[in-house]
Design a protein around this ligand. Structure first.
Ligand code: SF4
Length: 239
């Protein structure tokens, strides 16, 4: 395969495994007209430094260890990251920060995540976005989050060993809460989002909030590597 031209056959979780049925359906999804138009426009126009790429330009599946106890939930693929490379947290600044932190915590085999064929292996952690396509300005509408929620709920059904859900950013955190609200009579106001704040949910999973490692949060000092590592190490201790 050439990583410059990612295809469904190159993504291990689309080709094989318990999530492949779901992911084959996901990558054909066109439920949100605004988002479909946006993701395809980005893929066509490209960023100057990636003109030699054939962008993925479709919804992106999750990636990692399907037997993991930690599920990491992001917001959405980055326009020139996952939307280009076909893999969540791959090929953008948030990915550089996050994967380097996961490596320092012993959760990946390497500190970088750049393309489908870069050899990244995740240990006891699986990552997925709450919204499977890139939205304009990284701001999904409520109806788009609703449209997409079924995919996340189905992923959780298959990821049977998950004990801790680490949600990066409030939108991802609220999406996870929504999943619990479909199953249990709980109120959102009882679970406010906070950095390094965690809650025991009715099914004994722990929902853990964390600031998103977006360039905006990192560049303004709201988020840094020590904070991320502190979260990851606390989670590892809790397992
Ligand atoms: S955001 Fe989700 S529901 Fe909307 S088009 Fe993408 S995959 Fe489909």
């Amino acid at each position: 395969m050439s990583h410059l031209n990612p295809k469904p056959k190159d993504h291990p979780l689309i080709v094989n495994g318990i999530l492949s049925g779901l992911y084959n359906e996901l990558i054909e999804c066109k439920k949100c007209p605004r988002i479909v138009g946006f993701r395809e426009k980005i893929a066509k126009e490209k960023r100057k430094q990636y003109l030699n790429w054939n962008y993925w330009g479709k919804p992106i599946p999750g990636y990692g260890d399907i037997n993991a106890r930690i599920l990491l939930v992001g917001l959405a693929p980055a326009a020139h990251g996952g939307n280009r490379t076909a893999r969540v947290f791959t090929g953008d600044k948030s990915a550089d920060f996050l994967i380097d932190s996961l490596y320092a915590a012993g959760l990946t085999n390497q500190p970088h995540s750049t393309s489908l064929d870069d050899g990244l292996i995740m240990n006891d952690i699986f990552m997925t976005p709450i919204l499977k396509c890139v939205p304009p300005q990284d701001k999904p509408k409520a109806e788009e989050l609703n449209n997409c929620s079924n995919y996340f709920q189905t992923e959780l059904k298959f990821l049977k060993n998950v004990k801790i859900i680490l949600a990066l950013g409030k939108i991802g955190f609220d999406g996870c809460l929504k999943y619990f609200q479909t199953k249990y009579d709980i109120k959102k106001k009882d679970f406010p989002f906070g950095h390094n704040v965690n809650y025991h949910m009715p099914d004994k999973k722990i929902l853990w909030g964390c600031y998103h490692p977006s360039p905006r949060n990192v560049n303004t000092g709201r988020m840094n590597k020590d904070m991320m590592l502190n979260v990851l190490n606390r989670i590892k201790k809790k397992l």
